[in-house]
Ligand binder design. Structure first.
Ligand code: NAP
Ligand code: MG
Length: 497
């Protein structure tokens, strides 16, 4: 191109749809590793896989095919009692292990996760519906990183809490959700074990497989029997874990409604409680932001893991002057997302975790249309079977709309606008939740102002969804209390004397 023509092209803003033509077609690239699943999983109690008392099983379904993957034991209150008995019996022994010895076991668990990484990644993808590239590149390595990080703390607790003596709580009851099954397990188990607690953990009903595979690793690592116990089941089993009198501490991640229920149930029992609950995070784009980078951050913020992310940037606040430019780029980018078979390494958006969650997303999207917001969905073809939902953008959203207030927990972005910094802060904080937020701007001083003013446990600047075991995550308001990760997360697993 002649120099003069190049200069004029640079001066003219080249609109994104002129850059990207039609979608490329890719050959299928299915992951081939064997997840090594069993057809039936028992409970993990006292260091062994044991049959449960009532002998009932439920199926774990692959949300991309609606076909069963394995049968999972449904733990009764009696089974939960047996798990607490095993955890209580070994609690004083584990608490008195030298920290360096506990650390060795945690390092071993981290390395075993790495050794079997592909197997875990495929199992997580099949059971939960997330794309293989996410389970392979995020869930499994991040779970291993949490064990490595906390292994390092196990013999250094005195330095984490100078001037105080950290003492474990004893037996901890933990209940986790289905969006990051293995990673949530790691967030819960690693700090609890490093601090000398023993654990009874319940995975979510739809995603127990990687927890049961992890039980195999616990046996392989040779942890003393009863230090880790895993009881599978539904909400009733979760309630039995939370309400058990031998639980000295309860750690829960899930919905605000169940969190509130647990708070009432544990009130006055003396149990230490931490809750990681719902969210409606604001991702805020100012006029001076690098727009192309911001659009990547917006897409990652809401479409990562089908939007089943506790921190998902589900409310986009755009400064009025760049609304049109951002929306145009966003539509163009969303058009290129590949929705479909989670097994395919090219897939960006996999299956919705369950039929119930798909129904909830569909109902909330319908409410957005009825309340007058403008909906955009790309023309992509969804697989014939399985639970899938198109990436969805809503513009012209009002703060009163349900899609601006409620936790959709799906691939649905609500776009609102603002004019001034103060208006952005007011709108961002106008929510019952406060787990995370994002800010996109060229100005460092504005980032500092926003991160102070936003009532959110984590604020990302010019990036989104960045996690690290050393960095604490936790909520304000109805997003819960307590922190996971970092020194702050450790503090929730010890009593200081
Ligand atoms: P949920 O219904 O609250 O379930 C979470 C866990 O609690 C599951 O293991 C569930 O078992 C169990 N459970 C259900 N009823 C219970 C009860 N009465 N007592 C004790 N345990 C009980 O939430 P979800 O729909 O699975 O998860 C999505 C929610 O979690 C979203 O709202 C999301 O915002 C939130 N989340 C928050 C964070 C965070 O860090 N703040 C992280 C991830 C997710 P079943 O699965 O068998 O029903
Ligand atoms: Mg499943």
């Amino acid at each position: 191109m002649p120099v003069a023509a190049k200069k004029s092209a640079r001066r003219r803003r080249v609109e994104p749809e002129l850059i990207f033509g039609d979608l490329w077609t890719f050959d299928p690239a299915p992951e081939s590793a064997d997840p090594k699943l069993q057809t039936r999983y028992k409970l993990f109690i006292g260091g062994k896989l044991v049959s449960h008392k009532r002998g009932r099983y439920f199926e774990s379904i692959n949300p991309a095919t609606e076909k069963p993957l394995a049968e999972i034991a449904l733990a009764s209150a009696q089974d939960v009692d047996a798990a607490y008995a095993a955890a209580s019996a070994v609690a004083p022994v584990w608490a008195n292990f030298p920290g360096a010895e506990r650390g060795k076991y945690l390092y071993r668990l981290a390395r075993l996760l790495q050794d079997r990484a592909r197997e875990f990644a495929v199992a997580e993808m099949l059971d939960g519906g997330k794309p293989i590239k996410e389970s392979r590149d995020f869930d499994v390595p991040m779970a291993a990183a949490h064990f490595f990080y906390h292994a390092g703390w196990a013999d250094k607790l005195a330095y984490a809490f100078p001037g105080a003596t950290p003492v474990p709580h004893g037996v901890v009851g933990q209940v986790i959700p289905w969006n990051f099954p293995l990673l949530m397990l790691a967030w819960k188990l690693a700090p609890a074990l490093a601090c000398g607690n023993t654990v009874v953990l319940k995975p979510a009903e739809t995603t127990s497989l990687t927890a049961m595979k992890f039980a195999e690793s616990v046996m392989e690592a040779g942890l003393p029997a009863g230090v880790v116990n895993i009881v599978t089941g539904a909400g009733e089993t979760g309630a039995a874990v939370v309400n058990h009198p031998r639980a000295s501490k309860v750690a829960f991640t899930g919905s605000t409604a169940v969190g509130q229920h647990i708070m009432r149930a544990t009130a006055g029992t003396g149990k230490k409680l931490t809750l990681e609950l719902g969210r409606k995070a604001a991702n805020i784009v100012f006029e001076d932001a690098p727009l192309d980078q911001a659009v990547e951050g917006i897409v990652n913020g809401i479409f990562f893991n089908q939007g089943h992310v506790c921190c998902a940037g589900s409310r986009l606040l755009v400064q009025e002057g760049v609304e049109e430019a951002v929306l145009k780029r966003l539509k163009n980018r969303v058009r290129m997302l590949r929705v479909g078979d989670p097994m395919d390494k090219n897939t960006d958006i996999g299956a919705i975790n369950s039929k119930a969650q798909l129904a909830k997303i569909t109902e909330l999207v319908q409410s957005g249309v009825e309340e007058g917001a403008e909906v955009y969905q790309p023309e992509c073809e969804l697989p014939k079977s399985g639970w899938f939902f198109k990436p969805t953008l809503f513009s012209g959203v009002e703060q009163s709309h349900r899609i601006a207030r409620e936790d959709v927990f799906g691939p649905v972005l609500s776009i609102l606008t603002f004019r001034t910094v103060d208006e952005a802060i007011e709108k961002a904080n106008n929510t019952a939740y406060g787990l995370s937020a994002g800010v996109w701007t060229d100005k460092g001083s504005r980032i500092l102002k926003m991160s102070t003013a936003l009532k959110a446990g984590v604020v990302w600047a010019n990036t989104y969804n960045k996690f690290n075991p050393a960095s604490p995550l936790g909520g304000y308001k109805e997003s819960g209390f307590g922190r996971e990760g970092g020194k702050q997360g450790l503090g929730d697993y010890v009593k200081l004397t």
